[in-house]
Design a protein around this ligand. Structure first.
Ligand code: E4P
Length: 218
């Protein structure tokens, strides 16, 4: 499973990239707003640090305008994936960009039917939002399972299932069990993945016993 980080904070991205575990980055207009910076600067800086796909989302809602924005965003670096919302105009834009060989991430997916449309439009990634479905009492994980199952029925579908709106490690584990290709994870949740109380307890025990030997390795 590929790990993307869901943030526009360059310092967090640098820190995670240094672990070697980061395969890509997703941003959205809210994350760019939170960074307080200009989208073109942020995306350019992220692309210098990460060689995998970096999603930059259009802000327009009309196809022609989306194409104009995509033209600016894709000039930033070859690893920019243009993110479009799952609307008729978004899918039209996805289709047009995919024909030109551009990676497109179709976002704000909340149903399996929408995911099928995105695949037909040639999306490189479909982003079903798990947490936001859970928030309204619907089954976010069930949506991932449905999409993975449907896509598996059609080997010609190359769209990768990118589990998004992940709120905690269980979302990630369940998505991995279901075979989601990618997860985009907030930095705080990535940090949680490392933690287990038995790891801390075990390490403390090893260090105590090691100190008792009086040895040093180097
Ligand atoms: C995906 O690409 C989105 O940026 C993101 O996962 C949305 O998550 P949220 O529901 O926590 O805002």
């Amino acid at each position: 499973m590929k790990f993307f980080v869901d943030t526009a904070e360059i310092n967090e991205i640098r820190e995670l990239a240094a672990t070697g575990l980061l395969d890509g980055v997703t941003t959205n207009p809210s994350l760019i707003a939170k960074s307080g910076r200009r989208i073109l600067d942020v995306i350019a800086e992220i692309c210098e640090v990460v060689s995998g796909p970096v999603s930059a989302e259009v802000a327009a809602t009309e196809h022609g305008q989306m194409m104009k924005e995509a033209a600016v965003l894709r000039k930033i670096a070859p690893n920019v994936a243009i993110k479009v919302p799952l609307t008729v105009d978004g899918l039209k834009t996805c289709h047009a960009l995919a024909q030109e060989g551009v990676m497109v991430n179709v976002t704000l997916c909340f149903s399996a039917a929408q995911a099928l449309l995105a695949a037909k439009a040639g999306a490189a990634f479909i982003s079903p939002f798990i947490g936001r479905l859970d928030d309204i009492g619907q089954d976010g994980m069930g949506l991932i399972a449905d999409i993975v199952q449907i896509y598996a029925n059609y080997p010609n579908i190359k769209t990768e299932v990118l589990a998004a709106s992940i709120r905690h490690p269980i979302h990630l584990i369940e998505a991995a069990k279901m075979g989601a290709d990618v997860a985009t994870i907030p930095p705080g949740v990535i940090k949680q993945l490392y933690n287990h109380p038995l790891t801390d307890k075990g390490l403390a025990g090893f260090l105590k016993d090691w100190a008792g030997t009086g040895q040093s390795i180097v």
